[in-house]
Design a protein around this ligand. Structure first.
Ligand code: ATP
Length: 230
């Protein structure tokens, strides 16, 4: 499991992330909700070690996370990291090889994931030839490849049609079923309530709610909608 404790990050006068503490237990799916600029991406970047916090810590199984542990996390940034002119399959294989998979193992896993997303017949195409929704599925396949020890996905469902949302959530649940903790961000409250065990709601850099969908509803949906609208 991983957790943040009192994570804080300023940009000039702006406190983008303000004393943020939450846990993502093994096998659980936590939805990270908040409007534009709430601080979701900044928090994820600090968890991944891509941005230094001004204060606070990221813990992995109760101890300060190490660089080696961070490398075992499958991360999909909001600004996607793949190469438009390279073949879909090659890119997935390359990523799995970086994490130590054999070429044959990586190819088999990549094909299996592409099939799960209905993209088996697009494996040899350049990424840029795919629709935006399909490019996004490839990005997600890239994060899920090579059995990551945890998953952190920034807005994985944005722009996906309902079928793609279903196939993606099925793939993700095969990972969480093996104990992998999953954190993903979204603006879509209904979707997150449906897919997640817990929700962490951020507003202006602060955690304003943390609990199951039911707990948050019983504390007052109106308030939590209000937060979403800020
Ligand atoms: P979105 O859903 O729009 O991606 P978010 O919740 O991910 O929003 P962040 O991207 O973390 O929010 O941004 C939080 C705040 O920090 C915003 O006000 C943003 O403008 C600011 N911010 C983020 N990165 C930087 C930076 N490198 N320099 C200055 N300000 C930044």
């Amino acid at each position: 499991m991983f957790e943040t404790r009192h994570l804080t990050r300023r940009f000039g006068d702006l406190v983008a992330v303000d004393d943020v503490s939450f846990q993502v237990p093994d096998g659980s799916t936590v939805g990270f909700i908040g409007g534009n600029g709430a601080g979701k991406t900044t928090t994820m970047r600090m968890i991944m070690g891509l941005l230094a916090p001004d204060a606070g810590d990221v813990l992995w199984n109760g101890a300060q996370i190490t660089a080696a542990e961070r490398r075992t996390i499958g991360y999909m940034p909001e600004e996607r990291g793949l190469y438009p002119k390279q073949q879909v399959l090659d890119q997935l294989v390359y990523l799995a090889r970086l994490r130590g998979a054999s070429t044959a193992g990586a190819r088999a896993e990549a094909m299996q994931l592409l099939e799960a997303f209905g993209l088996g017949d697009r494996a040899k195409e350049k990424l840029e030839k795919l629709s935006l929704g399909n490019q996004q599925r490839v990005q997600i396949a890239a994060a899920v490849m090579a059995e990551p020890a945890a998953l952190i996905l920034d807005e994985p469902f944005s722009g996906l049609d309902p079928d793609a949302v279903d196939s993606l959530s099925e793939v993700l649940s095969t990972r969480t079923a093996t104990g992998v903790p999953l954190l993903f961000s979204s603006h879509q409250l209904e979707l997150v309530e449906r897919l997640c065990d817990r929700l962490v709601i951020l507003s202006q850099g602060r955690v304003v709610a943390d609990g199951t969908g039911e707990e948050l509803r019983s504390r007052g949906t109106a308030r939590h909608r209000l937060v979403m609208d800020t």
